[in-house]
Design a protein. Structure first.
Length: 297
């Protein structure tokens, strides 16, 4: 496959997770033809320094990709700034990119799917991103396609294009008008009832997330994310080891085993049953809504 997208890997202080992530990537069909760019964030404190160094010692031993570039940050950027600045830097050289963090396992066909989809949907400006991680939802028996689209974007094994990434307003300058308009918030929450609450938490400094702002950019530009109907990647960081991870198994999936190539849909449309399934997955309980109201008011 010609003109493969570079793979950007963000690592910090989890050597074992990083190793498993890289080992699964290396099993991909296109790994040996792909460029791997690793961004290693600097340690927050002395406690993290030893683990950060262990990660750096490991990534310097990686072989098996076409080319490997390692960027060692002198200071701690934090996950959000690290991803935003790293992806922006890479997209100065390339038109598209595949992004994973240090807790994502991939199936053998992940890179094949991602590269194919990034080429296939490049001119479809209503598609802002591609993800290899479909949420653990029930796909309707009547749905026969290999991919679906969603209002909701994903930060677990994803890809995008330079022209879409450049349209993101990372400062969310229109937040004051957004948060005062319940109708607009309801539209944003078509991708999940938690989205407005996460954006609000981001804007008042309760969380530090690039992903919710990326998701908001999809909404602002009437855009969607493409997903495979079967999991091509999964998160192994839901063990409280990561900066923003928890021990919840709610979003666990099993990686696809078959190597059958997925067929892409030239004119993808929203499936209301799938939209509903994602909404149910991210529906907030009454107690959670009350807690969020108290925390973020």
């Amino acid at each position: 496959m010609a003109n493969l997208s570079p793979i950007v890997l963000f690592v910090y202080n989890r050597p074992e997770h990083t190793k498993r992530t890289v080992e699964s990537l290396l099993k991909n069909t296109l790994a040996s033809e792909s460029r791997l760019i690793i961004f290693s964030d600097g340690a927050k404190n002395d406690i993290d320094s030893q683990k950060v160094q262990a990660v750096r010692n490991y990534v310097k031993t990686i072989k098996g990709f076409d080319r490997i570039e390692i960027v060692l940050r002198d200071k701690n950027f934090g996950l959000a700034n690290s991803v935003i600045s790293g992806v922006t830097e890479v997209l100065k050289q390339y038109d598209q990119v595949i992004v994973i963090e240090d807790d994502i396992l991939t199936s053998l066909s992940f890179l094949t799917f991602m590269n194919k989809a990034l080429v296939f949907y490049q001119e479809n400006k209503s598609i802002y991103s591609i993800s290899g991680y479909p949420y653990p939802i029930k796909i309707p028996n009547t749905y026969k396609k290999d991919i679906f689209i969603s209002y909701r974007s994903s930060s677990w094994g994803w890809g995008t294009w330079k022209d879409r990434w450049e349209k993101v307003d990372w400062e969310v300058k229109d937040f004051s008008s957004f948060i005062s308009d319940s109708k607009v918030q309801n539209l944003f929450d078509r991708g999940g009832q938690d989205l407005t609450q996460m954006l609000k938490a981001q804007m008042i400094g309760k969380i530090d997330s690039w992903a919710i702002r990326w998701g908001y950019a999809h909404f602002k530009n009437n855009a969607y994310c493409i997903y495979p109907i079967v999991p091509l990647c999964k998160n192994i960081g839901t063990d409280k080891s990561g900066t923003h991870s928890s021990s919840s198994k709610k979003l666990d999936v099993e990686l696809r085993v078959s190597d059958r190539e997925l067929i892409l849909d030239p004119s993808p449309e929203l499936n209301e049953e799938i939209v509903s399934e994602i909404q149910k997955l991210f529906k907030l309980t009454l107690i959670r809504r009350i807690i969020n109201f108290i925390k973020f008011s």
